[in-house]
Design a binder for this molecule. Structure first.
Ligand SMILES: [Zn+2]
Length: 389
């Protein structure tokens, strides 16, 4: 599974000769082309990439090794129609990284450039939910982990105390006492469960918590949650902890996680538009966002998965521009034309540790140009003179 540090490492890679090969493979579902046709299509892409490399005058002999290796993999890739794949390669520097991805890419694509193209990869990464799901009742608990569309049951335990004490107390005579004892045992069980959840979070990997239980159990269990786990709690669903199967748990939890993620992004869109309109800490549209990036103002970069704008990048000073010009307006060195500035912007964001948020189809976000940024500060508003007043 891909990690944040993988993405950062790829973003920092630079091949001045333009030999960085980025390959994204998205399976077609249902497979609408014959095996042979698909392979030919992929071959065409590889050959186009080679021609393009030659045209740019880069050292295509090096890239050819990577492209041929990718071509050799086409059968294998097409054999498994359920996984998407990303490959980042640069034979001259001994780089070859492969990642299996959930099939969430827009398309199959192959690009040769000075840097790896990370926008699709970072988008998939942003869409993957890493969550811990805990099912609880008075005598049982199960802990699951959800990641990249998969669910795995990690822990399953029964409150041994409750299981032991079924024999004593009959009729009305001992009822009050027995009930209190059951409650006490349930409380101890909740504590054990809560410790287990906290331990699970400490071992890493999960960012969110979802709890599945009946309503009466929730009011008893909730106060036992550790502070750390409580901060990561995104919601709860009703389910029977003893009988639920993995698919039910996955679907119920994903619904909550998705709604939570959508809600968070909606709030961010509202915030960034509001901030931009009151001339505050928001930048909307490509022109403003590029300016804020160069001023070092950006805290969170928001970009639509569908964002696409051609442009240029100067690999000498790093300037990015949507005006297609042969030379950089900042330093005068030759520009490199980019099919999509989005890739260069995402690469910049990853290299500089900016928070990156992908927005799905959203009418409001489309209207503001499919790109925006929440700012740490506004360079034009934080002059020392103003602060002194
Ligand atoms: Zn420049």
């Amino acid at each position: 599974m891909i990690t944040k540090s993988d993405i950062r490492e790829l973003a920092n890679f630079h091949s001045p000769e333009g030999c960085a090969v980025t390959f994204y493979y998205q399976p077609t579902t249902p497979p609408n082309r014959s095996h042979r046709e698909g392979t030919i299509l992929l071959k065409d892409r590889v050959n186009n990439a080679l021609r393009e490399a030659e045209r740019k005058g880069s050292n295509h002999k090096q890239a050819r090794r990577d492209l041929e290796r990718i071509l050799e993999m086409t059968d294998e890739l097409r054999g498994d129609g359920r996984r998407a794949k990303a490959i980042f390669a640069c034979a001259s520097k001994g780089v070859w990284r492969e990642f299996d991805l959930p099939p969430m890419l827009h398309r199959t694509n192959l690009i040769l450039n000075q840097r790896f193209h990370l926008k699709p990869l970072a988008a998939v990464f942003d869409g993957i939910q890493h969550a811990c799901v805990a099912l609880v009742d008075r005598s049982k608990a199960r802990v699951f982990e959800i990641s990249g569309g998969m669910i795995v049951e990690k822990l399953d335990f029964i409150n041994e105390l409750t299981r032991r004490g079924r024999s004593d107390g009959f009729g009305g005579y001992d009822a009050g006492h027995a009930e209190r004892r059951v409650m006490n045992e349930a409380m101890q069980h909740y504590k054990v469960v809560s410790d287990a959840i906290a331990g699970h979070f400490q071992s890493g990997g999960c960012e969110k918590l979802v709890v599945g239980c009946h309503d009466d159990v929730w009011s008893e269990f909730e106060p036992h949650l550790h502070r750390y786990a409580r901060q990561r709690l995104v919601g709860r669903f009703r389910i029977d902890a003893k009988t639920a199967n993995e698919r039910e748990v996955h679907d119920a939890a994903m619904e909550i996680l998705q709604a939570n993620d959508d809600g968070r992004k909606q709030e961010m869109i509202t915030e960034v538009i509001g901030e931009a309109h009151r001339n505050g800490r928001g930048a909307i549209g490509l022109r403003r966002v590029l300016r804020s990036i160069e001023a070092g103002e950006v805290q969170t970069l928001m970009i639509a998965s569908s964002f696409n704008a051609p442009g240029v990048k100067c690999y000498h000073c790093g300037h990015m521009d949507y005006h297609i010009a042969p030379d950089c307006v900042m330093c005068g060195k030759p520009n490199t034309e980019l099919e999509d500035l989005g890739d260069a912007i995402v690469g910049h964001a990853v290299r500089h540790g900016l928070e990156l948020v992908y927005i799905g189809d959203d009418e409001q976000f489309d209207k503001i140009g499919r790109i925006a940024a929440l700012l740490r500060f506004r360079a034009d508003q934080s002059t020392p003179a103003k602060v002194a007043v």
